[in-house]
Ligand binder design. Structure first.
Ligand code: GLY
Length: 379
């Protein structure tokens, strides 16, 4: 077991900031792709997809870690492009508007009262509301609302996106956002987690009758296995939604996700990409699931008052620093993630969300008072 010590955290922060600095020069106003290819990010042609906000999110974390204004200016420079994207309706048929607009726009709105950022984040929340299937009380994950393959389908990752709706209610006083978020989250609590504490990646509802139908995977090994990153989103997401609602059943659900996740960790505590795999399987780890879990476990420890979850998070972070952090030959922060093994995309590569949540984990380790952007402001 690797232990977390001040020196290794300091060295990891220094290395991560060196990469952020190099990437600021290399990327300019552009966005890196979802994952690296051969451990280096290619640039994407425009601001599309679900992951672009992790880049300004990382720059905001660099600002938090250093207090240097140049990071604040570089991160704030992305607001205009995100505003253009949502107002121009470019690739926004997704639940992932929460990831996109919390990091790119809610953060600068909170820091400086940037009205363009506020307007863009509210437009994103409004668009999320258009994805609600009223009868089922869920927010559709992907694609056209009439597409038979996607109609009525939800995804565990969406638990990270509902905080945008709670934020929208707080800044406008309009309860429609929070109501939609609450209904959606309660449906996930009741159906996306199995009796043994594992989770489905996605779950379908009949949008006409509202009946829950079936769980299916998209990126996991099988419909009845447990995709590791989904389980990590569950730990973090159910805890956040507990913070936004005060509903203790959500905290209990987060705890069940965490206990199952921790029970399936291999010797070095970095999960394989699906929790059915263990040491000796020959399968890849998903370092991004580990990085997300670190944040979720810390939030869970804070919410439950159980330090064992923080200790587990520290062990995972120590292992990431020791065995998964990238060297100077990569422009990622964290190597050995898996985006989508069944489709062969981003397998054993760095990825933007892994980098973001790794830097989030380093920020938590360095600045104990830091509050995650997905939380209500008073936390
Ligand atoms: N939110 C998509 C993923 O985790 O791959």
């Amino acid at each position: 077991m690797t232990s977390l010590d001040v020196r290794s955290i300091g060295a990891a922060v220094t290395a991560a900031l060196r990469t952020v600095d190099a990437n600021l020069a290399e990327f300019g106003p552009h966005y890196p792709d979802d994952t690296t290819i051969g451990d280096r990010y290619p640039l994407r042609p425009s601001n599309v997809g679900w992951t672009t906000s992790f880049w300004p999110g990382m720059i905001w974390l660099a600002h938090e870690l250093t207090g240097e204004e140049r990071y604040g200016r570089a991160a704030a420079a992305h607001v205009a492009g995100f505003a253009e994207r949502v107002h121009g309706r470019v690739d926004i048929a997704t639940h992932d508007l929460g990831f996109l607009y919390t990091l790119s726009c809610v953060v600068p709105w909170r820091r400086s009262g940037d009205e363009t950022a506020r307007g863009a984040a509210l437009a994103a929340a409004d668009h999320l509301l258009t994805r609600v299937h009223e009868q089922a009380g869920i927010i559709q994950a992907w694609g056209d609302l009439q597409d038979p393959a996607q109609r009525g389908r939800t995804i565990i990752d969406s638990l990270m996106n509902t905080p945008l709706l709670f934020w929208a209610t707080r800044v406008t006083g309009d309860e429609r956002y929070a109501d939609a978020a609450r209904r959606h989250v309660f449906q996930l609590r009741d159906h996306i987690i199995r009796a043994d504490g594992t989770t489905f990646h996605t779950f379908y509802w009949d949008p006409v009758t509202g009946a829950p139908l079936r769980g299916e995977t998209e990126q996991g090994n099988a419909d009845d296995s447990c995709w590791a990153r989904g389980q990590a989103w569950g730990i973090y997401g159910f805890t956040l939604n507990y913070r936004h609602t005060g509903d203790r059943t959500l905290l209990d659900t987060a705890r069940r996700c965490a206990d199952r996740f921790l029970s399936r960790l291999p010797a070095d505590e970095v999960a394989y990409w699906d929790l059915i795999f263990g040491d000796g399987s020959g399968e890849e780890r998903d370092s991004s699931a580990a990085a997300i879990a670190v944040g979720g476990l810390h939030e869970l420890a804070a919410a439950t008052g159980e330090p064992a979850y923080s200790s587990a998070a520290d062990r995972i972070l120590a292992s990431l620093i020791a065995g998964y952090a990238a060297g100077d030959d990569s422009n990622a922060l964290l190597l050995h993630g898996v985006y989508d093994k069944p489709k062969g995309v981003g397998v054993d590569e760095g990825n933007l969300w892994g980098d973001y949540f790794y830097l989030e984990a380093l920020t938590r380790a360095t600045r104990p008072g830091w509050s995650a952007p997905w939380l209500p402001e008073e936390h």
